[in-house]
Design a protein around this ligand. Sequence first.
Ligand SMILES: *[C@@H]1O[C@H](CO)[C@@H](O)[C@H](O)[C@H]1NC(C)=O
Ligand SMILES: *[C@@H]1O[C@H](CO)[C@@H](O)[C@H](O)[C@H]1NC(C)=O
Length: 176
Amino acid sequence: FVRIVSIVFYEERDFQGKSYDCKGDSVDLHGFIHRCNSVKVEGGWWVLYERNNYTGYQYIIGPGEYNDYCHWMGFNDCVRSCRIIKNVRLYKLKLFDRPDFEGTSLELTENMKSVHEKWLRPEVRSCKVMEGSWVFFEHPNFCGRQYLLEKGEYRNHSAWGALKAIVGSIRRLELM
Ligand SMILES: *[C@@H]1O[C@H](CO)[C@@H](O)[C@H](O)[C@H]1NC(C)=O
Ligand SMILES: *[C@@H]1O[C@H](CO)[C@@H](O)[C@H](O)[C@H]1NC(C)=O
């Protein structure tokens, strides 16, 4: 059994224009496409980045056809790098209200549609991902900017690529 892992980027909407069939991590797509307005994910789950070197806005997408960038909750037509996400089945995350894993903490194993309900503060200042991959969203109800957090330690919000420590909702990344 070989899992097919592939994503096709198209410069124009509705799978038109120049395209690039990508099979794995890519640090800079600029040699292949100059903008991205539609995407077909043939297999695997991916994180797309607005800029090269895995920086800028992040978008997490799974198998399917996305005929314009609104469909992956894109803010613009820039996708400059991408990474494949590993599949996992266990989920455990610990949030801290101070940087460097200090202050009050909260352990999560389930989604959190609104962080404020349980956490009672607008910021998450550091976190440890013990199991699984998770997504932080800027706003409640899984909206706004997205940040992928894979197994590891994040001493402050810069470590997950955010400019601010505001987290509105948190979701387990369940790859089907
Ligand atoms: C991306 O990484 C390469 C190699 O590490 C580096 O030379 C380049 O300056 C980086 N580009 C940006 C925009 O950070
Ligand atoms: C986050 O931590 C890194 C490494 O410890 C440090 O270089 C950076 O300045 C910190 N950023 C903020 C916003 O505190």
